[in-house]
Design a protein around this ligand. Structure first.
Ligand code: IPE
Ligand code: IPE
Ligand code: MG
Length: 240
């Protein structure tokens, strides 16, 4: 897929983040089980990660499973985890072709040891590739900040820092996103108008684009539309 001429004129944002929402509704509309929606959502992710590489986006952060998503039925959670394992297995065998660098944001300790191992393998084997995909798994923005605060407090207790040493920059270094620039653009498909605990710290000055398409139907043309909208925004960062 070649990018539309419109989007081609301006450089894309360096970092795009996406809340991959709407899988369940997509499946329901078709009379399919929710898991079928998650399978279609995984395909949409593949398409968009490839397209981001074509566009030259440096970082793509995707929300795949939140700290709140454990509230769902055990069947649905098991289905999502199974798909994730399958996706990672395939990503590992296609690694050389896709050249995507994997990072994982979230508390992976709640995943099965097999899944944790696949995540680590994907991260280690892809360290030298181009587009960086930050896969948010058992991720919550509040949980990320609490974890950062705990780790800083531990370093204070160990005598490494004084409480006064805490700055925005230092706290950022304790987040999963340490060394990743903040996303310029955050996209939420599916028509919902909320963040649902995604990148709370990092989104301070991100531009949000909400689209009415369900994630499994999300294609390159939707990303083009979101980027075009981003370029129409006037970013002031509190200035004039
Ligand atoms: C997003 O789609 C995937 C996850 C949260 C795991 P949903 O499953 O939330 O789909 P809807 O919002 O119910 O349509
Ligand atoms: C956010 O979607 C989480 C992911 C897409 C992984 P949800 O479907 O969980 O969010 P709510 O429940 O609509 O706020
Ligand atoms: Mg949802």
């Amino acid at each position: 897929m070649t990018p539309s001429a419109d989007v081609n004129k301006l450089p894309p944002p360096r970092h795009i983040a996406i809340i991959m929402d709407g899988n369940g509704r997509w499946a329901k509309k078709r009379g399919l089980p929710r898991t079928a929606g998650h399978a279609a959502g995984a395909e949409a992710f593949r398409r968009i990660a490839n397209y981001c590489r074509t566009l030259g986006v440096e970082y793509l952060t995707v929300y795949a499973f939140s700290t709140e998503n454990w509230k769902r039925s055990s069947d649905e959670v098991a289905g999502i985890m199974r798909l994730l394992g399958k996706y990672l297995q395939e990503a590992l065998s296609d690694m050389e072709k896709n050249r995507v660098r994997f990072r994982f944001f979230g508390d992976l300790t709640r995943l099965t040891p097999e899944l944790q191992k696949l995540c680590m393998e994907a991260q280690n084997r892809s360290a030298d590739y181009d587009v960086q995909v930050n896969f948010c798994l058992n991720y919550g923005g509040r949980d990320e900040i609490v974890r950062a605060a705990k780790n800083f407090a531990r370093d204070v207790a160990d005598g490494k820092y004084q409480p006064e040493d805490l700055t925005e920059e230092r706290l950022s270094a304790y987040l999963y996103s340490a060394d990743v620039p903040d996303p310029e653009l955050i996209i939420r498909p599916s028509g919902e108008l909320r963040t649902s605990n995604f990148l709370l710290w990092q989104s301070a000055y991100s531009e949000y684009v909400f689209l009415n398409v369900l994630w499994p139907d999300f294609g390159p043309e939707d990303l083009d539309e979101a980027i075009a909208e981003y370029h129409r925004r006037n970013r002031r960062f509190g200035g004039v």
